[in-house]
Each structure stands twice: as structure tokens, then as C-alpha cells.
Design a protein around this ligand. Structure first.
Ligand SMILES: *Cc1c(COP(=O)(O)O)cnc(C)c1O
Length: 395
């Protein structure tokens, strides 16, 4: 008998397990015709703020809106520049652009794959200072820099203490892209999304906490940020048909909020299952790492990563991925082309080699199957397949 393929992500099982509850929530929403706003949205906002350890949470239509609105609420707009990384999903930069600002890129740390505080500090040190605002001027755009967006990629928090310290020196706002890091901790207790001025979350179905459709949220301790986002998500009105600003249609719908409340109760358990699976991978793959065939994910001592993805690095990852696929092990590349090398940002003019660590890492990363419920037998098969694959790739 041929072994069943090992999916990259299993979205079917958790929904089957919660099917009765999810269907009951849909039925209830339809019976009372509660689709936009109302108690489910407010309830989820309260519960997710509590989970993240923030005073406020504002539910939104997507994670991209969350990045955009969090920046707008933090005073970022046209004429400003924002620093982020190129090793992320494009939505981070879409959020910056859609807030009206321009993007400046800094390199990542080779071990964590997150924003390098050293690269950030070195970058800012080399910026000229704007006479009018006293802010550093972006090296690419020449625009005064107002904010930094660290991304907690793969479910691991960026080095926020170092980044916040640097941001403080230059009076810059820090907005976290926590779209892959629901529940990730720093120092065991402080959660992603509670560390900067605001945190942006996505509840796209494949995330650690996913809706049954599109959804997102911003978390913050700042009442003015929460108030602004409540208004801007709802056509700029704080009172019906009285528009203080021109806003957007960016609300979280009530049905998704109801689904998210049900699933939030399982997030801690799901994250623990991911952590157990990650530890098992690291143990299984340790000999291959020791032999120099692969590089394993690195967790600093302060980090409590929630492994949205388990990402190894290897030479010739295309060949390794192909060999794994042939053995029924499905993988992914997150992300194969760094943002400064994307077609749509060609006009930014970043030369090849301008972000060397980002470019190196992007060419070697390989995401292994990772989801709650991934079992020991499956992981052993993944381990055996990788061992065979790196030998094939090395030939
Ligand atoms: C998923 C994701 C987003 C965007 O979320 P959407 O809900 O799809 O708009 C933003 N940033 C990162 C890093 C993400 O992974």
C-alpha cells in the first residue's frame, strides 16, 4: 500500500471537528439576521484583546486593511516613509502603500529571518536628517521616516525590544505585522500585537487563527488608535451618516466574528500542537543539520514561537522540494521572490545584492508540512524523505 500524501496544511480536520458549533453559529446569525457589527463582533474584539493582552481590538475585513489602518491611525500618511523588510508577504507593503506612504527596506537576520536590529540601526545612522521635521530621511525615497513595521514571520516575534529601543531614539512609531503570529510571545508572557503602538492580524483561513473567509483585526493599548480605526473601517462615521473623514468599507462581518470566537477557544491548544511538532522536527532533523545539509529554524531564548510555518534552509531547495513531492510530502516557499525583486516594485530600483541576507535566505527556504494534528509518523516520513532528497539534490 502506498502511504497517503502528507499535506502542507490540513484545513479539513479542524473544521470537521468544530462543524456542529460552526453550523449552529451560522444558523443563529441567519435567524436573527445579524450580519454586520453587533454582539458577535464586539464579543470577539473583547476576547481577542484579552488573549493578546491589549486594551482594545478592532475587527476588520482583512489583515491588509489591518496594516493600512494601523499605520493611518498612527499618523502615517502621504509624504511619509515607513521601514520594513522585503522578506515577507506582499500585504505588509501593500498596507504601507495604501496608507499613502512609501516603503524603505532593511535586511533581515540570517538566523531568525526577521528584521535585523543591527541592519535597522545601521540604516538609520546613515540617513540624512530632515531640517523641517528632525526625522531621518529615507535613503531610497528621500521622504521623512515616521514608522517601522517589523513582521513576526513564520510565527516568531521579531526582536521587538531592540527594535523599540532604536525606534525610540529616532521618535518612530512601531506597528507590528503580527499576521502570522497569533499568540507568539516574548519573554514568555508578552504577546505579539501588544508590543508596539498597534498590531495587525489576519484571520485568513490558513493562519494559526483563521476565519471561514476573510477577516483581520488591529490590537492596541491606545484609545485614540482604536477610536480612529473604528471610524475609518466604517466609512469614516462615528455616528450614522455623519462622516468626519472619508473612510473605507473595512469591517469584520458578524458571521466571521462568531466563527472566530469558537476557534479562539482552541488557539492555545493548536499553537501547542504546532510547538510540539516543531520540536519533533528539530530533533528528527538534527543529524542532517549537524552534517551541514540543512539549516533548522532558530529560536532566540526570549522567543515563544507559534510556528505558523516550519521553515528549513537547504541548497538547491527546488530539487529537494521536487523529491519530497515525489514521495507525497507537500511543501512551500515563503517567499521565493523578495519584495524588492518583484515586478511591481521594479521602479524602486533596488539592485541585485542590495539586501544580501534577504536574497540568500529567499533562495534557500523550504516550508515543511505544519498544522495542528500533524503526527509523529507523518513527521518521521517527512524526515526520511528529506534525508533521501538532500542526497538526490547533492548528486
Ligand atoms: C496573511 C498576511 C497578511 C495579510 O493578510 P490578509 O488577511 O490576507 O489581507 C499580511 N502580512 C503577512 C505577513 C501575512 O502573512
Amino acid at each position: 500500500m502506498v502511504d497517503a500524501p502528507i499535506p502542507f496544511l490540513d484545513l479539513i480536520t479542524p473544521h470537521r471537528e468544530l462543524e456542529e458549533e460552526l453550523v449552529a453559529a451560522s444558523r443563529q446569525a441567519i435567524r436573527v439576521a445579524a450580519f454586520i457589527g453587533g454582539p458577535e463582533v464586539e464579543g470577539f474584539e473583547r476576547e481577542f484583546a484579552e488573549y493578546c493582552g491589549t486594551k482594545f481590538c478592532v475587527g476588520l475585513a482583512s489583515g491588509t486593511d489591518a496594516v493600512r489602518f494601523a499605520l493611518m491611525a498612527s499618523g502615517v500618511g502621504p509624504g511619509d516613509a515607513v521601514i520594513t523588510v522585503a522578506h515577507t508577504f506582499i500585504a505588509t507593503v501593500e498596507g504601507i502603500s495604501q496608507a499613502g506612504a512609501e516603503t524603505e527596506l532593511v535586511d533581515i537576520d540570517e538566523r531568525t529571518c526577521n528584521m535585523s536590529p543591527q541592519a535597522l540601526a545601521a540604516y538609520l545612522k546613515e540617513c540624512r536628517t530632515d531640517q523641517a521635521t528632525g526625522r531621518p530621511l529615507g535613503q531610497r525615497t528621500g521622504k521623512p521616516i515616521r514608522a517601522i513595521v517589523p513582521v513576526h514571520l513564520y510565527g516568531q516575534a521579531a526582536d521587538m525590544d531592540a527594535i523599540l529601543e532604536i525606534a525610540g531614539r529616532y521618535h518612530l512609531v512601531v506597528v507590528e505585522d503580527a499576521c502570522q503570529a497569533h499568540g507568539a510571545t516574548i519573554g514568555g508572557t508578552r504577546r505579539a500585537g501588544s508590543l508596539g503602538k498597534a498590531g495587525a492580524f489576519s484571520f485568513y483561513p490558513g493562519k494559526n487563527l483563521g476565519a471561514c473567509g476573510e477577516a483581520g483585526a488591529v490590537t492596541t493599548n491606545d484609545p485614540d488608535v482604536a477610536k480612529y480605526i473604528r471610524m475609518v473601517r466604517d466609512h469614516g462615521q462615528s455616528q450614522k451618516y455623519h462622516h468626519q473623514i472619508e473612510g473605507y468599507n473595512g469591517r469584520l462581518d458578524a458571521l466571521q466574528a462568531a466563527f472566530l470566537r469558537i476557534k479562539l477557544r482552541h488557539l492555545g491548544d493548536w499553537n501547542r500542537q504546532r510547538q510540539v511538532a516543531a520540536a519533533r522536527y528539530s530533533e528528527l532533523l538534527a543529524p542532517l543539520a549537524a552534517a551541514g545539509a540543512i539549516v533548522l529554524p532558530y529560536e532566540p531564548s526570549w522567543s515563544g514561537a507559534v510556528y505558523h510555518l516550519y521553515v528549513i534552509r537547504t541548497q538547491d531547495r527546488e530539487a529537494v522540494a521536487k523529491a519530497l513531492n515525489a514521495r507525497g510530502v507537500h511543501t512551500g516557499f515563503h517567499y521565493p521572490v523578495p519584495l524588492h525583486q518583484q515586478e511591481c516594485y521594479r521602479s524602486w530600483g533596488y539592485a541585485k545584492g542590495s539586501l544580501p541576507v534577504t536574497e540568500l535566505v529567499a533562495s534557500q527556504i523550504l516550508s515543511l508540512p505544519m498544522f495542528p494534528g500533524l503526527n509523529e509518523q507523518q513527521q518521521e516520513r517527512v524526515g526520511a524523505a528529506i534525508e533521501a532528497a538532500v542526497h538526490i539534490a547533492a548528486q
